[in-house]
Design a protein around this ligand. Structure first.
Ligand SMILES: NC(=O)c1ccc[n+]([C@@H]2O[C@H](COP(=O)([O-])OP(=O)(O)OC[C@H]3O[C@@H](n4cnc5c(N)ncnc54)[C@H](OP(=O)(O)O)[C@@H]3O)[C@@H](O)[C@H]2O)c1
Length: 411
C-alpha cells in the first residue's frame, strides 16, 4: 500500500500584514524605467504606481501618458501617494524631494548617493524627527545587498575592513582598456550608451561616485559620519597604456578601489584610489560593470559580495528590495551609530604605491615617497615603487586627478 502523504499541520504566518504601497515616482530615466519594468514583472509585491513626475514634456515615454506630470506637488501633495521613489539625476533637487516627502509623512526610497553622502547627518535626524522612513540600498554597489547586510547581519560583529569596487563605469572602462587595449574616450562613450555612466562623467572617472558610496557604507559599517571632503578620491583619468602594460607584466589588474579600514584601536582610514590588484585578491576577478565588496570582521573573517553595480534593471532590483522591505515596515536603525563608536578619521596609514611620473618630476619629493623598492626610466616613461601615507596624498588630490601622473596602491 502506498504511504499516506505527509501533511504539515504547522501554519506559517507573517508577523505583520504586508502594507500595500501607493507610489509616486520621480524620474523616468535609466533606473526609473527599469523600476517600472521590474514592478510589472514582480508578482506578490503590493505596489501601485500612482504618478510619475519627470522634467521634459516633449520626451516620448513608454508608459501610459496619464501617469506623467511635471509638478512635484502632483506627488508630494497627493494624499493618494504614501511612498515617494526618487530616481532623478540632480542631487540638490533630490534632497528637496526627499525632505518634502519625509516631512509630509511619506516613506521614501532613493538611489542618489551624492545627495545622501552630502546630507547624511540630516538624513538620520530627519527620520528621527518625522518618524518617516528613508531606504537607499540602490545608492551603493547597484544590485549588491550591502547596506541592509551591514545593518542587520553584521550588527554585532566587529568589522575592521570594508573594501570594494563601487563604480561600475570605472570598472567597465578599466576592464576594457586592460583586456582590449581600448581607448578611454571610446569606452566611456560605450558606458554612457549602455546607461552605466552618471550624466556628469567626472563623478565616475575622478572617483567622486565611489567616494559618496564609501561615505554611506562607512556609516553603516562603522557608525562614523564622514563629510565627503574628508575622504581622498583619486580616479582613473591618469591611467595610460604604460600602466596597463606594467599591470599585465606583473600579473595585476588595474581597478578603482574604495577602502574603509580600521587603523589601530581608534583610527579609521577611508580613501578611493586606483589599485594594482594581485590575483590572490577577491576583487581581481570583478570585471566590466560588476561591483565587488569585501567585508572583513573579527569573527566571520573575510566575506565577499559580487553583483552588477549599474544599469537599469540591476539598480531597480535594489529599489524593489527597498519597496518590499517597506511593505514589512522595515527601517534602518543605524545600529553602529547608536552602539557608540570610538573610531576617529585618520590619514596616518601607510600605502605601498606605484607612481608613474615624468623622469625629472618633483612629484616624488612632494609625495614624500620613501622605502623605495624599484625605479624604472626608459624614454619618457618612468615609475617608482615606494611607500606614502594617506596624509601625503591628500594635498595632491586635484593634481593627481588631472591625469598628468598616476598613482596606484599595490595590493
Ligand atoms: N544608471 C545607473 O546605473 C545607476 C546606478 C545606481 C544609481 N543610480 C542613481 O539613480 C538615479 C537616477 O539615475 P538614472 O541613470 O536613471 O538617471 P537618468 O537616466 O539621467 O534619468 C533622470 C530622470 O530624472 C528626471 N528628472 C531630472 N530632474 C528632475 C526633476 N527636477 N523633477 C522630476 N524629474 C526629474 C529626468 O526627466 P526627463 O526624462 O524628463 O529628462 C529623467 O527621467 C541617480 O541618482 C543615479 O545616481 C543610477
Amino acid at each position: 500500500m502506498a504511504p499516506e502523504p505527509v501533511v504539515s499541520t504547522v501554519a506559517i504566518r507573517t508577523p505583520y500584514a504586508a502594507r500595500h504601497l501607493r507610489i509616486g515616482l520621480f524620474g523616468f530615466g535609466c533606473v526609473g524605467q527599469g523600476l517600472h519594468g521590474v514592478l510589472n514583472r514582480s508578482a506578490g509585491l503590493q505596489v501601485q504606481v500612482q504618478q510619475v513626475v519627470v522634467k521634459h514634456r516633449d520626451k516620448p515615454r513608454n508608459a501610459p501618458a496619464e501617469l506623467f506630470d511635471y509638478a512635484p506637488e502632483a506627488i508630494l501633495a497627493n494624499p493618494a501617494v504614501d511612498t515617494v521613489v526618487e530616481l532623478i539625476d540632480h542631487a540638490e533637487e533630490a534632497w528637496q524631494i526627499v525632505q518634502a516627502a519625509l516631512q509630509a509623512g511619506k516613506a521614501a526610497v532613493t538611489a542618489n548617493k551624492k545627495m545622501l553622502a552630502e546630507h547624511l547627518r540630516e538624513v538620520v535626524q530627519l527620520q528621527e524627527q518625522t518618524g518617516s522612513t528613508l531606504l537607499y540600498e540602490a545608492s551603493c554597489a547597484g544590485s549588491i545587498p550591502i547596506i541592509r547586510n551591514l545593518e542587520e547581519y553584521y550588527d554585532n560583529d566587529l568589522i575592521d575592513l570594508l573594501q570594494g569596487i563601487l563604480n561600475g563605469t570605472c570598472n567597465y572602462i578599466l576592464s576594457r582598456m586592460y583586456d582590449e587595449g581600448a581607448e578611454f574616450g571610446d569606452v566611456l562613450a560605450d558606458a554612457q550608451r549602455l546607461g552605466f555612466a552618471e550624466s556628469d562623467p567626472t563623478l565616475d572617472v575622478d572617483g567622486f561616485d565611489a567616494k559618496y558610496k564609501l561615505v554611506i557604507l562607512t556609516l553603516h559599517a562603522f557608525g562614523v559620519f564622514l563629510r565627503p571632503e574628508q575622504v581622498l578620491n583619486v580616479g582613473i583619468r591618469g591611467a595610460t597604456a604604460h600602466d596597463f602594460q606594467f599591470a599585465r607584466e606583473k600579473g595585476f589588474r588595474l581597478q578603482l578601489v574604495a577602502t574603509s579600514q580600521k587603523v589601530g584601536d581608534t583610527g579609521l582610514a577611508t580613501y578611493v584610489l586606483p589599485h594594482l590588484v594581485p590575483a590572490s585578491n577577491l576583487l581581481y576577478n570583478v570585471s566590466r560593470e560588476y561591483n565587488g565588496v569585501i567585508v572583513r570582521t573579527a569573527f566571520a573573517e573575510q566575506q565577499f559580495f559580487q553583483g552588477k553595480g549599474a544599469g537599469g534593471f540591476p539598480t531597480a532590483s535594489a529599489v524593489l528590495a527597498d519597496l518590499s522591505a517597506l511593505t514589512h515596515h522595515y527601517r534602518y536603525e543605524y545600529k553602529k551609530v547608536y552602539q557608540g563608536t570610538r573610531l576617529q578619521p585618520t590619514h596616518q596609514v601607510e600605502l605601498p604605491v606605484y607612481v608613474r611620473h615624468t623622469p625629472d618630476s618633483p612629484l616624488l619629493a612632494r609625495l614624500n615617497l620613501r622605502d623605495i623598492q624599484a625605479r624604472h626610466v626608459s624614454g619618457g616613461y618612468a615609475y617608482t615603487i615606494g611607500t606614502v601615507t594617506l596624509a601625503d596624498l591628500l594635498p595632491l588630490q586635484d593634481e593627481l586627478n588631472t591625469g598628468e601622473s598616476f598613482v596606484a596602491v599595490l595590493g
